[in-house]
Design a protein around this ligand. Sequence first.
Ligand code: ADP
Ligand code: SF4
Ligand code: MG
Length: 369
Amino acid sequence: MSPSTPLLSVENLRVEFATDDGIVHAVDGISYSIEAGRTLGIVGESGSGKSVSALTTLGLTRSSITTIQGRIVFEGRDLLTLSEEELRQIRGDDIAMVFQDPLSSLHPFYKVGSQLSEAVLAHRQVSKAAARDRAIDLLELVGIPDPHRRVDQYPHEFSGGMRQRAMIAMALINEPKLLIADEPTTALDVTVQAQILALLADLQRRLGMAIVIITHDLGVVAEVADEIAVMYAGRIVEHATAARLFSAPQHPYTWGLLKSIPRLTTSRDEELEPIAGRPPSLINRPSGCHFHPRCPYVRDAHKRIDPRLLPVPDEPDHQVACSLTPSERVETWGSLKAGQASADLRALAEPSSAAQPFQAFPRAQGGGA
Ligand SMILES: Nc1ncnc2c1ncn2[C@@H]1O[C@H](COP(=O)(O)OP(=O)(O)O)[C@@H](O)[C@H]1O
Ligand code: SF4
Ligand SMILES: [Mg+2]
């Protein structure tokens, strides 16, 4: 979205799985790019293709039933063309990933510290003692108290929030240039969630890495993302800077996501408004605009015409895929906003003091392994 060269550039990525029930169009021609030091939020309901797109970046969806098309260019190399061995060298080094479930990355049978050390030794020529020191440094960096003791504990001795932090330590241990965080806070309570997000933002400032953060909850990325791509049924249906997405969203699906952010409701008694209907099957997708069966603004033509992702007039950094005219969209959003907790929406559009770095974490003592 700016003239400088992106660190990662995903171009027209398509991922399909040939299953017994038919072809799953999990990712259907998405494009985005990200520069060093920036954060992209990818948001959408469960089953919209977020994880598949992220896993494909690291070669983790390759299989006999998978067809992958497009390009994923990282520092000038198309990752889709690399061998398993070449990808292994990149994984956990230049590109690291944090998953929703810490137990998918932390092995229950090995001490947290040994797993962290192994991650260093896999990519760096250092002594075991140096790798262990690095593990302790990282546990400290992610705010785990008493890291000298914790380094010798097993994952089950950590709380959920601690495990998530340990997993972030694991992802960061080789100072990746790109961190992909797939629902990194979903399993955590709201307070820990806020701490983890603030931690990621703080670490990003110190290490200068790029972050792709994936979530089903638009509220999660409100304060950490520079830009946001909204995914529906394997496609990006809206892409904008975070400020524009919250102040002037253009897609009816984005409006639905915004209304379902808990903090936007004015009182505790007020029900959240989940988007009516269910996400579509990615085997038999609805005709025309894939969102049409759930869209309150659907017209007959929208059931036939598949809208392309196009720039919003006069907003080069904002794209939307919807057949309504720009003025219809602006008008509809205007009246929707007037009827809803508009003060809260404005608060989201203008990042608050909560976006400050989380101060409770100890400062890092330099990085080298
Ligand atoms: N290995 C696979 N084989 C077949 N279908 C898959 C596979 N992995 C994911 N899918 C399907 O791809 C779609 C997108 O999944 P996913 O990317 O995990 O969604 P999200 O992360 O947005 O919740 C889903 O319909 C899911 O069932
Ligand atoms: S094209 Fe029509 S059905 Fe699709 S999102 Fe826009 S208004 Fe809704
Ligand atoms: Mg997922």
